[in-house]
Design a protein around this ligand. Structure first.
Ligand code: SF4
Length: 372
């Protein structure tokens, strides 16, 4: 069984009604438990939990400290290409947007690696648009040996692949893979993914199963907050995580919670989540799963990132450029996927994190730790 079959146990409207039907007693019960189930998660993301935010934040902070200590992992995205064969209504890289396209060649990749390495990073996130023709497995197989010389942990956020392709990329040095479902509502998914392979909801939904079968070290999941009613969509993320952890228990997991931001060809946001609600969600994920990594990107503002950091976050991006070639050549312009909200340098971010009593971890897990 894969998650696309498992999801049939959760009907969208039933889940939504159940979340909105949760009471203060349900929230209190969840807060008193040490092992939470999906019903508890529903209570914690429900409107009924909003008056309990302080209690949730305290417990979330405590659980995060117990599991992760006073550390924050830093990573930086390296955009290899903004070529894309899909039309997604919310993205600046979408095929129908008339922007300048660029795919880094091996020399340019190396220049980016040198520029990023100088900032202190040892953990890199490789990002591309989804274009099998321009940035398929063969392209990654050329790029990875170069990148591997500079970084000890490589995460990719590229088009979903087949299991054998993931197995191949793991051989080439990929440690972690991030794939976001965007929304777990199939009809809304179809409304926002108009053309290209990404319009195949089921293939995307089963990607983490293929990753688990391939034996990936870590996988990331999440939805794009704003496409659908956020409390319900995030329930599906929690259910997906629950399913994956039980089945692929050897892998580690990380969750991101990107909120829609303005981009070229911008769109109206269906479900706006305010800052307080994002704090509620972060705490709900942490209380539901003390082991999962929670990652916050530079999409969020400086003010928000400063304040939310101790409440459950374990991983931060810093100094990000979403433009292919944007680190080695700051003059590269008008290619970006979305606007960066927190543009502080990695050194500035590191100072802030240290000032809050945290140690900055510039690299993720290392192969030597498991002897692999
Ligand atoms: S979200 Fe991804 S697949 Fe969709 S247009 Fe942007 S880069 Fe392409």
């Amino acid at each position: 069984m894969t998650f696309s079959e498992q999801i049939k146990n959760y009907q969208w409207d039933d889940v939504r009604l159940s979340i909105y039907g949760k009471t203060a007693q349900d929230v209190q019960r969840a807060l008193n438990k040490s092992r939470l189930d999906l019903e508890d998660f529903k209570a914690l993301v429900s409107p009924a939990a909003e008056p309990f935010l302080e209690q949730m934040a305290q417990k979330s902070q405590q659980l995060t400290l117990q599991r992760f200590g006073k550390t924050q992992q830093f990573y930086i995205p390296l955009y290899l290409s903004n070529m894309c064969s899909n039309i997604c209504t919310y993205c600046g890289f979408s095929m129908h947007n008339a922007i300048r396209r660029k795919t880094l060649d091996t020399k340019e990749i190396e220049a980016e690696c040198v520029a990023i390495k100088k900032m202190g990073f040892d953990h890199i996130l490789l990002v591309t648009g989804e274009s099998e023709r321009k940035v398929g497995v063969e392209y990654f197989k050329q790029a990875l040996p170069i990148i591997k010389q500079y970084f000890s942990h490589i995460t990719i956020e590229v088009q979903p692949l087949d299991q054998h392709e993931y197995e191949e990329l793991i051989e080439y040095g990929v440690d972690s893979v991030l794939v976001y479902q965007e929304t777990y509502h199939p009809v809304t998914y179809a409304e926002h993914h108009l053309k290209g392979k990404k319009s195949d909801f089921k293939y995307r939904l089963d990607t983490h199963d293929r990753l688990g079968e391939a034996g990936i070290h870590k996988m990331g999941l999440g939805c794009l907050i704003g496409l659908e009613e956020w409390r319900t969509d995030c329930f599906y993320v929690a259910a997906h995580l629950n399913y994956l952890e039980k089945k692929y228990w050897q892998s580690r997991y990380t969750i991101s919670f990107p909120r829609l931001r303005p981009c070229a060809g911008g769109m109206e946001i269906k479900s706006v989540m305010d800052d307080k609600q994002l704090v509620q969600l972060i705490c709900a994920y942490r209380l539901f799963n003390p082991e999962v990594e929670l990652s916050l990107s530079t999409r969020e503002s400086e003010h928000f990132r400063n304040n939310v950091l101790p409440l459950g976050i374990t991983t931060l991006s810093a100094g990000s450029s979403t433009q292919p070639g944007g680190y080695a050549d700051a003059a590269e312009q008008a290619l970006e996927q979305f606007e960066i909200s927190d543009d502080r340098s990695p050194a500035e971010m590191a100072e802030l994190v240290k000032a809050q009593g945290y140690e900055v971890v510039w690299k993720d897990w290392d192969h030597s730790l498991t002897g692999s």
